[in-house]
Design a binder for this molecule. Structure first.
Ligand code: ADP
Ligand code: MG
Length: 694
C-alpha cells in the first residue's frame, strides 16, 4: 500500500522544504515576497536558487525549466542543464538567482495577437514565487509568468495574478467597513476535470482523433448513455489502475486529488481535487491534464480532453468552483450571526450584479471551437448565462427587497444586519445541474468552461468583475454617514436591478431560451459571436481600471482567440476531407461494387434478384452521390486562398459556412457507415471506441 503522507508533495520545493533548506533570514525574506508580493533582491534569489538546485539534484534533476502558460492553451517549457564548465575540463552543477528569477526564451512562435513583432521576438519569463517549483522527469520546473519585452502579458498567469491583486484591494475595502483588517485575500478554486479514456489502438486508427481530438463523424452505437449505467458505476480494472497511478503521481506533486468516478457517458470519467488558491489551482490543473495524458499512455490508453469528442453523448466540462477567502475565512459562507449575514449579502449582491452586468465576459471565458459543440447540447449549460440560487435563498432575497416577512418555518421580518438569515439547505447534491452558475451553499460553481480550458480564463473574469462591483459598493459606503441604512440600500438595489439573472428552473429547456430572451439576457451560441465582447468599450474600461489587462492586451487576446478558432475549424475541415476521400468514399464504392457484382452474378445464373438487395445498392448509390456533392461544397468552402476583410469576418465564415458544410457532409457519411461492413469501413466505429477499454 502506498504511504500517501510520505509521498505527498515529495517532488515539491514547498514551504516545509524551504524552511529546512534555507537560512532563516532568507526564508523570511522569501515568505514576505510570497505573501505580500514584496520585491526579492538578487542576493536572496541567489541563495534560494542554490538551495533549490541542491534539492532538485538530490531528486535526480539535471535540468531546469521556466514553465509558463502561453496563449495557445498548453504549457511551454525549454530545458537547460545545470552544468557549468570548469577550467580543468570538468563540470559543476550551477544555478544562479538570475536564472531563477528571469528567463528569456525566444518566443517568436507563441501567439501574441500582434503584440510582438517577430523581429523583436524575445519575451521574458518571470518567476512566480507564489506557486511552488517541483521536479518532474529529471527537470526542476519553475512556474513563471510570460511577458513581452515591453511588459505586456503574453500568457494566462500574468492577468490572473493581476486579477487576484484587484480583488484583494476591493475585498479589503469592504471588510474594513465591517471593522475587519485582513492580511490576505484569496480566490479559492476547485476545478472538477472531466475526461474520456479510450484504447490507444482505436485512437491511432482515427485520424480525426489524432488531428482534432474529436470525431468528425461516426454513426451512433446501439447503446449510448441511455441506460444511465455508467455514472458512478463500478470502475473497470484497467481504468482503476490508471486512476490509481494518476492519484499517486498527483499527490507526489502536492496536488490534492480527492474524488474520482465514472461520468455519464461511456468511457467518461472525472477527477476533482480539494480546492486551493486559484494561482496554485490553475498550475495544478495544467499539471493534472498533462499527467492524465502521460499516465494514460503508460497504460496503453489515450486521455481525451476535448469538450465534445463524440456526437450524441455527453461532452466534458471543467466545473469551476469559486469562492473568496480572507485570511482563510470563506466570504461566501452565510455565517450564523446578523453581522456575518450582512457581510455575506454584500458579497452575494456583488456577485449577482457582476454576473448580470458582465454576462458577455463570462461567456467569452468559456468560448472555444471545442466548447461550442458542448454548450447547449442538452447535457451542458446553454450559452446563456444565468444564476441558480435555489428556491429558498431566492425567496429570502425577494422578501428582503420587498420588505415582506419571510414565511419559512416561522414568519420572520427580514432586516439586513439585524436578523439572522433563515437556514437554507446547502446544494450538496447538485440539484440543478442545468445552471451555468450555481450557488452551492458556500461557493459558486461555474459549469460552462470546457474540459481542455485553462482555469485562468474564467477566474480572471470572475475576480475582475466582482472586484469592480465591490469597488462601486465601497465608493458609496465609505462616504456613508449611516452605514446600516446605506448597506441595506446598496444590497437591495443591486438585487432589485439584477434579479433577472437569477433562474432556478431547467436551463436545458427551450422555454428557458425564450424566457431568457424576454428578460433581455444575452444568448451567444458561437465563439465568433461571443468574442467581440472582449473589445467592448465597457469591458476595456473595466480591465484597465483594475490593472488586469490593457486595451492592447485585450485586443491581442481577441485576435489570438479568433485566430485559434479559425485554425481549429480549418484543421477539422481538412481532416474531414481527407477521411472522406480516403476512407468513407472508397469503402462505399467497394461495397457498391460488391453489391453490383452479387446482383449481376445472380442475374447471370438466372436466380431471381431480391428487391431488397437492389434497393440496398440504390441506397448506397445515392449516398455516394450525396457525399460527393457535399464533399465538393466543403472543398470549396475551405479553399485557403479566400480573402477576408477582417478576422471577425473570417470567424463568421468558419462558423457559418465551413462548419455548416462539415455538418451537412457528416449526415450521409454516418448513414453510409450503418450500411457498410466493418472490414470495408476500416475506421473504428463509435462502439469500437467507446467500449474499447475493458
Ligand atoms: P459537488 O457536489 O459539485 O461534487 P463538492 O462539495 O464535492 O461538490 O465540491 C466540488 C469542488 O468544489 C471540490 O473541488 C471542492 O474542493 C470545491 N470547493 C469546496 N469548497 C470550496 C470553496 N470554498 N472554494 C472553492 N472551491 C471549493
Ligand atoms: Mg460539481
Amino acid at each position: 500500500m502506498t504511504d500517501v503522507p510520505a509521498i505527498f508533495a515529495s517532488q515539491v520545493f514547498n514551504d516545509t522544504v524551504m524552511k529546512t533548506k534555507l537560512p532563516d533570514d532568507i526564508y523570511k525574506a522569501l515568505k514576505r515576497t510570497i505573501s505580500l508580493g514584496k520585491h526579492l533582491n538578487l542576493d536572496v534569489a541567489n541563495v534560494v536558487a542554490a538551495a533549490m538546485k541542491d534539492w532538485a539534484v538530490e531528486k535526480g534533476a539535471t535540468h531546469f525549466t521556466h514553465w509558463f502558460q502561453p496563449m495557445n492553451g498548453v504549457t511551454a517549457e525549454k530545458h537547460d542543464s545545470f552544468i557549468s564548465p570548469e577550467p580543468n575540463g570538468t563540470v559543476i552543477m550551477e544555478f544562479s538567482g538570475k536564472e531563477l528569477v528571469r528567463g528569456e526564451p525566444d518566443a517568436s512562435s507563441f501567439p501574441s495577437g500582434g503584440l510582438r513583432a517577430t523581429f523583436e521576438a524575445r519575451g521574458y519569463t518571470a518567476w512566480d514565487p507564489t506557486s511552488y517549483a517541483f521536479v518532474k522527469d529529471g527537470t526542476l520546473y519553475i512556474p513563471t509568468a510570460f511577458c513581452s519585452y515591453t511588459g505586456e502579458a503574453l500568457d494566462k498567469k500574468t492577468p490572473l495574478l493581476r486579477s487576484m491583486q484587484a480583488l484583494d484591494v476591493q475585498v479589503k475595502r469592504i471588510l474594513k467597513l465591517f471593522g475587519k483588517d485582513v492580511v490576505h485575500v484569496d480566490t479559492t478554486v476547485g476545478a472538477e476535470q472531466e475526461y474520456f479514456l479510450i484504447d490507444k489502438s482505436v485512437y491511432a486508427r482515427r485520424p480525426d482523433l489524432v488531428y482534432c481530438g474529436r470525431t468528425l463523424f461516426g454513426a451512433a452505437p446501439p447503446k449510448g448513455q441511455e441506460l444511465e449505467d455508467h455514472y458512478f458505476g463500478s470502475i473497470k480494472p484497467r481504468v482503476a489502475a490508471f486512476m490509481k497511478e494518476l492519484d499517486e503521481q498527483l499527490w507526489r506533486f502536492g496536488i490534492l486529488a480527492k474524488t474520482k468516478h465514472n461520468e455519464a457517458a461511456p468511457a467518461q470519467h472525472e477527477l476533482a481535487p480539494v480546492f486551493a488558491s486559484i494561482n496554485i489551482a490553475a498550475d495544478h490543473n495544467q499539471l493534472t491534464m498533462d499527467l492524465m495524458k502521460t499516465v494514460a499512455d503508460k497504460h496503453g490508453l489515450v486521455c481525451l480532453l476535448h469538450e465534445k469528442p463524440f456526437a450524441g453523448i455527453n461532452g466534458s466540462g471543467k466545473h469551476n468552483n469559486w469562492s473568496i477567502s480572507a485570511d482563510g475565512v470563506n466570504l461566501l459562507d452565510p455565517g450564523d450571526t446578523p453581522a456575518d449575514n450582512a457581510q455575506f449579502l454584500v458579497f452575494l449582491a456583488a456577485v449577482i450584479q457582476a454576473v448580470d452586468e458582465y454576462q458577455d465576459l463570462l461567456r467569452v471565458s468559456a468560448a472555444s471551437a471545442g466548447n461550442d459543440h458542448r454548450l447547449g447540447g442538452s447535457e451542458a449549460p446553454p450559452a446563456i448565462i444565468s444564476m441558480f440560487l435555489g428556491e429558498e435563498l431566492t425567496e429570502i432575497l425577494s422578501c428582503l427587497i420587498n420588505g415582506r416577512p419571510y414565511s419559512g418555518k416561522e414568519k420572520v421580518q427580514m432586516e439586513i444586519g439585524a436578523t439572522v438569515l433563515p437556514h437554507f439547505p446547502k446544494d450538496n447534491t447538485d440539484r440543478n445541474r442545468t445552471s451555468p452558475f450555481a450557488f452551492t451553499g458556500n461557493k459558486f460553481e461555474f459549469r460552462m468552461p470546457g474540459s481542455a480550458f485553462s482555469v485562468s480564463e474564467p477566474n480572471i473574469v470572475l475576480n475582475t468583475i466582482v472586484a469592480e462591483e465591490l469597488s462601486r459598493f465601497a465608493d458609496v459606503l465609505e462616504k456613508s454617514t449611516d452605514f446600516h441604512a446605506d448597506l441595506k440600500r446598496v444590497i437591495t438595489s443591486a438585487i432589485r436591478k439584477h434579479r433577472r439573472i437569477i433562474f432556478n428552473g431547467d436551463g436545458y429547456s427551450k422555454d428557458w431560451e425564450d424566457e431568457a430572451a424576454r428578460r433581455g439576457l444575452l444568448n451567444l451560441p458561437t465563439t465568433p459571436q461571443a468574442l467581440p465582447a472582449l473589445t467592448d468599450a465597457k469591458n476595456i474600461r473595466l480591465f484597465k481600471k483594475h490593472g488586469v489587462l490593457s486595451e492592447t492586451e485585450l485586443r491581442s487576446r481577441y485576435e489570438i482567440m479568433l485566430e485559434n478558432y479559425c485554425k481549429v475549424i480549418r484543421i477539422e475541415a481538412k481532416t474531414m476531407l481527407e477521411m472522406v476521400r480516403k476512407y468513407a468514399l472508397p469503402a462505399g464504392i467497394r461495397w457498391q461494387k460488391f453489391l453490383a457484382e452479387s446482383l449481376s452474378s445472380l442475374r447471370a445464373l438466372s436466380v431471381p434478384v431480391p428487391d431488397d438487395e437492389r434497393n440496398m445498392l440504390s441506397a448506397v448509390n445515392s449516398l455516394i452521390g450525396e457525399i460527393m456533392a457535399r464533399l465538393a461544397i466543403l472543398e470549396s468552402a475551405s479553399d485557403c486562398s479566400r480573402n477576408f476583410d477582417s478576422a471577425q469576418e473570417e470567424g463568421g465564415f468558419a462558423c457559418g459556412t465551413i462548419l455548416a458544410a462539415m455538418e451537412e457532409l457528416r449526415l450521409p457519411v454516418d448513414k453510409l457507415e450503418r450500411m457498410v461492413p466493418p472490414d470495408l469501413w476500416q475506421l473504428p466505429s463509435y462502439g469500437d471506441i467507446l467500449y474499447s477499454v475493458n
